[in-house]
Design a protein around this ligand. Structure first.
Ligand SMILES: [Zn+2]
Ligand SMILES: [Zn+2]
Length: 162
C-alpha cells in the first residue's frame, strides 16, 4: 500500500469514526451548513440554529441530570448505550460521582466513572511502563556507550570552521 493510499484509508477511517457520533451537517431549520463550535456543539452559519452530535447531546443531558445512568441518558437523548459507553471509555464523557457506576476496571473489576482502568491500576500500569523505560535506557547507556552522536559533533565543527 502506498503512503498516499494509506493516508486516504486513514482519512476514511477517521470520517467513519466521526459518523458514529451522528454529526449534524445540514441545518434542520434552513438547510445551511452546520459549523463545529466545540464540545459536540454545532451552529448554522446562516441562521445560527444550534444542534449537537451524540457527544454534545449526552454531555448536555448528564450536565442537567447528574446521576443519570447510561440507560437513562440513552433513552432521553436517543444516543445508543454503546456510543455512550464508547465515549466514557475514551474519557470524552464522565458520569457524576453520585451516579450508579456502570463501568468496571478492566484489570481488577472495581467500579469506575470513566476510562478503562481504576486509578490504582492505571498508576500501576504507568509505573510498569516507567520501569520498562528505565530498564531500556540502562541497557542503552551500558551497551551502546561507545557510540557517539555523530550529527552533533559534526555540526559543531561546521560552525567553528565558519
Ligand atoms: Zn440554519
Ligand atoms: Zn483496577
Amino acid at each position: 500500500m502506498s503512503s498516499r493510499e494509506e493516508k486516504t484509508a486513514n482519512l476514511k477511517k477517521g470520517l467513519m469514526d466521526f459518523g458514529n457520533y451522528n454529526i449534524p451537517t445540514i441545518c434542520a431549520e434552513c438547510g445551511g451548513i452546520m459549523i463545529f463550535k466545540g464540545v459536540g456543539e454545532y451552529k448554522c452559519e446562516d441562521c445560527g440554529h444550534l444542534d449537537y452530535d451524540d457527544y454534545g447531546r449526552a454531555r448536555n443531558y448528564i450536565e442537567k441530570h447528574p446521576g443519570a445512568t447510561t440507560a437513562q441518558v440513552s433513552e432521553a437523548t436517543g444516543v445508543t448505550q454503546k456510543s455512550i459507553r464508547d465515549m466514557l471509555k475514551e474519557e470524552r464523557l464522565e458520569i457524576a460521582p453520585n451516579s450508579n457506576a456502570f463501568l468496571t476496571c478492566e484489570i481488577c473489576g472495581r467500579q469506575i466513572r470513566s476510562g478503562r482502568y481504576c486509578s490504582k491500576c492505571e498508576n500501576a500500569y504507568h509505573r510498569d511502563i516507567e520501569e520498562r523505560a528505565r530498564a531500556a535506557r540502562n541497557i542503552n547507556l551500558s551497551g551502546f556507550g561507545t557510540e557517539r552522536p555523530i550529527g552533533e559533533e559534526g555540526s559543531k565543527r561546521f560552525t567553528r570552521e565558519r
